[in-house]
Structures are given as C-alpha cells and as structure tokens.
Write a protein that binds this ligand. Sequence first.
Ligand code: WTA
Length: 658
Amino acid sequence: MSDVETATHEHRVFPPSEAVVKAAAVSGVAAYEALCKEAETDYEGYWGRLAREHVSWKQPFTQTLDESGAPFFKWFADGKLNVSYNCLDRNLEAGLGDKVAIIFEADDGKVTKVTYKQLLALVSKFANGLKSIGIKKGDRVLIYLPMSVEGVAAMQACARIGATHSVVFGGFSAKSVQERIQDAGAVAVITADEQCRGGKNIPLKPIIDEAFAMGGCESIKNVVVYQRTGGNIPMTAGRDLWLHELIKDQSETCEPEWVDAEHPLFLLYTSGSTGKPKGVQHSSGGYLLHAILTMKWTFDIKPDDVFWCTADIGWVTGHTYITYGPLACGATEIVFEGVPTYPDAGRFWKMIESHKVSIFYTAPTAIRSLIKAADVNPAAHPKNYSLTSLRLLGSVGEPINPAAWQWYYDNIGGGRCPIVDTFWQTETGGHMITPLPGVTTLVPGSCTLPFPGIQAAIVDETGNDVPWGQGGILVVKKPWPSMIRTIWGDPERFKKSYYPQDFQGKYYLAGDGAIRDKDNGYFTITGRIDDVLNVSGHRMGTMEIESALVANPLVAEAAVVGRPDELTGEAICAFVVLKGERPTGDAAKKMIKELQDWVGKEIGPIAKPKDIRFGENLPKTRSGKIMRRLLRALAKGEEITQDVSTLENPAILEQLKG
Ligand code: WTA
C-alpha cells in the first residue's frame, strides 16, 4: 500500500487529551466549529474582526475585502501598519522588553540570547543604516544570509522602512542569485562573508561577486556584508560595506514607515511549472494576520513557550514561523545556524533538552533521516535525551508517512504531544489545512481539516466538488488574507497559474491533488499535479532542471521526472540525450558526475539529479511529445506494461532502464 492509501485507511486515531483541550486557545470541536460557522455566515466580518483583534493598526481599515480587481484581491486596503512595529515595539509596550526573543545557537554550539529590547535596537540601527545608503520604501533588497540573528534583523529592518525583501536561500547558486536580482530589480544585497555549517566555513559573499560577474546586476548600488567568520573575502570599494561599520553610529530608534496593508512585505521566489522561478509577492497586513493567527491557533503559542521552527529563513516556513509569526506573538524562539547531523545526529534532541523547547516544528525528511541516523549511531537516539519540555510537535513541507509520524509521536513527543501536520505553500503565506491541538483527533498522514475560515475543497477538472473518498484537485474557493497577491512583474502568469479558466477563474488552484476521508472528511494530500517535485520538502520545477541541463553544451535534450524516495520523499531523475555518442560504463559515470555538478552550479546543490540516465533519444509520440508517464515508470524501475503503440521509438525504453 502506498503512503496515501495507508493514510486514508488509517485506523489509529489520536484524540487530544482533556488537559490539552482545556488549555488550548481554540478549545474543543465546538469552538472550532463556531469559528468555521462565523466565517461561513459573515466571511468579511470574520476576517475583519480577527484583523482588528490581533494586528496593531496605525490607521484602522474600513473595508475588509475588495474583490473589484479579482483575482487580484485586496485585504484591509485602507488600513496602515508596520509589520516590524507589530513584531517588536508593541512587545516592548506590553512590558516584554526584557523577554528573550531569540536564542541563537551557532554551528559550534555557542549560544547568544537577544531580548526584545535588544532586537528592536539592532533592527532600528540596521534600518537607519539602510536608509543612510538611500534605501527607501518600495525598494527591493535581496537578502543572502545564513541563519542568524542578523538574518532575522535584516528582514525586520526592511519591513521597518517599507523596503520589500527577497530572501534567497544560501544554498542557491550565483546564477540563481543573478536571476533573482534582475527579476526583482533589487537595489541592494545583504549578505555575509561566510556561513558555518557542519563544522565548515562556506563562502557566501564570493557567490554574490560571481553573480555580479555574470552581468545584469546594475540595479544594485550596495552590498552590505555581515562579518560572520572574518574569512578573507574581497570587498569592492564604493559598493561593498561592512554591516558593523554601516550601523555603528546609527541611532537605536527608527520611526517605522507606516505602509498600506497591501504594501508588498516580501517577494519569495519559488518553482513553478515553467523554467523560470516566480516571485511570489506577499502583502503586509493580511500576511501578518495569518502569521499571528496560525501561531496562536495551530501552535497554541503561550507566553512561556520556547518555540523552534527548524526551517531556514530562505524558505517561506522561515519567513512566517521564524521572522514574523513568533515575534509578532512576543514568543521566545530558537534560531539555529547549523545542521541536524553535526556534531552528530543527536543535535536537535540535545538542543530541545538544553533550551527546554516546548514547540518543535520540522520537516518529514529531517525526521526520516534522523530515524535512520539513530539506527546507525545509537548514541544519537532521542531516548538519550530528556525531551519532557515538549508539548507540541509540527510537520511541514511534504506529506509525512504514517511510519515517520508514529516514530515522531512516540520517540520525540513521548506519546503525549499532538502533531500538527500543516499543509500550506509559499503562496498561501501560512497554514491552510492543519489540525488544531486542542480540537483535532489526529490521524497519521492526514493534515485533517481546514484552518477556520479557509475554504479548501476538492474538485474535478471542471470545478465540480467531488464526493468524499474520491481524489481530485485541491482548490480554495474564497480569497483569504495571507494569499499571494501576484507574481512580481508577471500578473498574467499569476492569473494563469492560480486562477485558471478551468474553474472560470474563481478558485485558487493549489497545484496539489488531495482526497477526503469518506467517513470524517479529513484531507490527505496526494502530491503535486503539475511539473513540480518535492525533494526533501524543497520545491523544484522539472522544467527548471531541464533548462539547466540543456544549457550544458554537451546536452542535446533532457527530461526530468520525480520518483518516490524513502528518505527525501521524491528524488530527481533525469533522462539525457547527449550531442555526442551515448556514454556507457565509466564514461557514463564521469558524465553523470559532471552533469550533477553542472546543475549544482546552475541552480544549487538541492537541484542535483540523484539519477541520470542516457539514451540516444527520449520516448516520444509520433508528434514529438515526450511521454513522461513512461519516464516516470522507468524512473521507478517498473516494467513497462502500458500501451506503447503510439511511441515513435519503442527500442529506446531498453536504454533508459536503470
Ligand atoms: C507540499 C512549504 C503534504 C505540497 C510550506 C505543497 C505538503 C508544497 C505539506 C508547498 C503537508 C507542504 N503535507 N504536502 N503538510 N506541506 N506540502 O511552497 O505539495 O515550499 O504544494 O511551501 O509542499 O511547498 P512550499
């Protein structure tokens, strides 16, 4: 049985304990249903009420939802606010100035604690520094930083002055950075000399220089460099500035720039079904509201919690559940620089123990790899650590298979912590379908039911609801406050990708398939229905990898598909036709390595195909269309039992077998 089948046939259920229900912000099924009912009866009234209660506005909004430009929806449009004010100043006003905001643990284990007061001072100096080099409201700033207090502060500083940040994950290549600089027309880059991961120092600033050398980065006036390691890196006079010098004499106060609720807080590039990554544009007001609400309801955040989201700030999970959500709720959170396997695979468990983490949010891939690591090295097994501080666990980024769920529940949660399996996307800004700890009876492998107010549904190709128990296409029927506003610079692509005519442009198309349990209506995500892969919880477009491969002068043609992988969820499998002869034996091995490194350079190491196979051609129909379903079957190592009569060149299948 596949994981999807096991989830939908899952009979183990885990109701919340009475104590958990009693203490939770949303307490009991009736409370959940009342919220859903409120949203159903008066949709705008519901979101308007929550936005007034949870967000601090400089100028209150008078209209909740403006649908006049659908599908370019506006929320709270005439309201004014500042996101950094909501995350910092208002906590000081509430008397939390001396509360620890961030517990930073470096790769080498060194711990630094930063209070709300200190963080506000740092962010203000940073913001003033950015202003002093001419960065202003509406400018785009590319951030290429490691996990650090400075990384969070850089994002907050942009938010404070109304600049729109575009964070690029530190594992992306120079070419990816260059493309993102160009697409966004960024005016500055904030980076670090090097990053420390797994005991090694890895250069970052030189990657920015490499991006510059490729040309087309003329929009950038300055590169601000955070000195992390003191490594020897070149600085370009007049352009490159050290962060510590830039902020040294700046004031510790900086009046926030009050922006419209719709002001773009950030762009975050993500993979879609074409070769070019898309700049997902998020708002200020609606985004912040959902970050706060999901912290309060999904994570049930309380004043004495220690919250730890293990994502990187380069991904949306790090944006919402490191930089914005926890701080906007006045929480204490962990920011971790390193990797889960250094100095050994017990690192996460050791950190939970030493910092008394109470809420832990990570990805299934991490769990699966740590299960395996604990088998290999019993000293790294979580049973060697005291994890009693934990009260709630979360999962994100990819489906969690029931076996990993159970291990997480038993070994990390000690059989006492609910697991919130949160389904959402870069485009949705925050959780969409998720259990609530004090409400939901959990079923391993299911993300259960929509967050109150989110109108998730499963439809067929023409937009009709499918009955429970039948698979279909996941859509959201109504706009919601934290939704993507547009694709930066490409509104047409936004419409086509997310509000397709198949559903008369009325429904948001998530790009995932899903099925609801025929008895309780619980959702299980069955995987992407477009050409997007999910490798270790990272989104990769097949066309993006194909474009990278064919950019190699030796490659004539390439097709990329995913295949299930026990550890990474999906693995990338590339079928390649070279311009020269089809290599075999050692020549093939050498070529595989060369192409893997090439893709690593073009996009980043996370995009390297695990499996590369060479053919003299690809399986095509007589009209020249690549038959991807055959490639998927070949990638999985399945016997081809499908009809191949439309295939132009059936003999090719033999060459492409693993
Ligand atoms: C997948 C990450 C199953 C899904 C927040 C989605 C999930 C894509 C889950 C978005 C989950 C995310 N269960 N699948 N709990 N969470 N996904 O944009 O395919 O990096 O469309 O956002 O990850 O990935 P993204």
